[in-house]
Design a protein around this ligand. Structure first.
Ligand code: ADP
Length: 229
């Protein structure tokens, strides 16, 4: 799948990546010549004002969108050069994605929502792991509830459990504590820490100091331009 890795210890590499959205009102340059390397096992945070391109950057790494120019590599795959099916395979095998808006399915309960990520929802090992994650995230008593019956904090934890189900190497989290109270935010951030301590790579989008403080490195996006610090 794709080309071999460009350097062995980096798991994500962005080379001169630009993304231009073309709308009826004209062009929006969401990302402008962004280059960055994320080492395997690194915990990296990305901050920047609203509209600076953070979600777009995550979507490009997650293979949900393609750059207008430049290269995006995740593990061994150059996402910007493969088919949508190959990008989906990278998502399934390497990535856990926590969306800002959760994207839970309203008609499925907590366990079923987590199992949506499993290649085979009927697989006993997947079911067992989904139940364990739900328990670990403090949702055991809620496992048969639907998203509409959950608090925002609980929904965010379901979204995190779903992202972790396939034991990804990389966790992409878009403002995972954005709408949470301090208690729920700490639960989510502690689990992300655990994932990182177990060897996982984290890319966390946030503007909150308590979340940014967990990262080893913080990058700042400003109107589509990246400043590393
Ligand atoms: P952030 O996550 O930092 O708030 P985004 O990546 O969501 O920033 O957006 C960056 C810029 O791109 C913004 O100006 C936004 O309005 C624009 N944008 C994002 N998605 C689209 C889209 N699908 N079509 C047109 N413009 C978009």
């Amino acid at each position: 799948m794709g080309r071999p890795a460009m350097s062995s210890d980096s798991i994500i590499e962005l080379h001169n990546v630009s993304k231009v959205y073309r709308t009826r009102r004209g062009e929006v340059r969401a990302l402008d010549a962004v280059s960055a390397v994320v080492a395997a096992g690194e915990y990296l945070a990305l901050r920047g004002p609203s509209g600076s391109g953070k979600s777009t950057l995550l979507a490009l790494i997650g293979g949900l969108a393609l750059p207008t120019t430049g290269r995006v590599r995740v593990a061994d795959t150059v996402m910007s050069e493969v088919t949508a099916a190959e990008r989906a395979a990278v998502r399934a095998h390497h990535l856990g994605y926590v969306f800002q808006m959760f994207h839970l399915l309203p008609f499925l309960n907590v366990l079923q929502n987590v199992l949506v990520a499993a290649p085979q929802a009927s697989d006993p090992a997947a079911r067992e792991y989904a139940a364990a994650l739900v328990e670990q995230l403090g949702l055991g008593a809620r496992r048969h509830h639907r998203p509409g019956q959950l608090s925002i904090g609980e929904r965010q934890r379901v979204a995190l459990a779903r992202a972790l189900l396939n034991r990804p190497e990389i966790l992409l989290a878009d403002e995972p504590t954005g709408n949470l109270d301090t208690v729920n935010a700490a639960i989510v951030l502690d689990h992300i820490d655990q994932f990182h301590q177990a060897g996982g790579t984290v890319l966390l989008v946030s503007h909150e100091e308590h979340a940014l403080g967990r990262a080893q490195r913080v990058m700042t996006l400003d109107r589509g331009r990246l400043n590393s610090n």
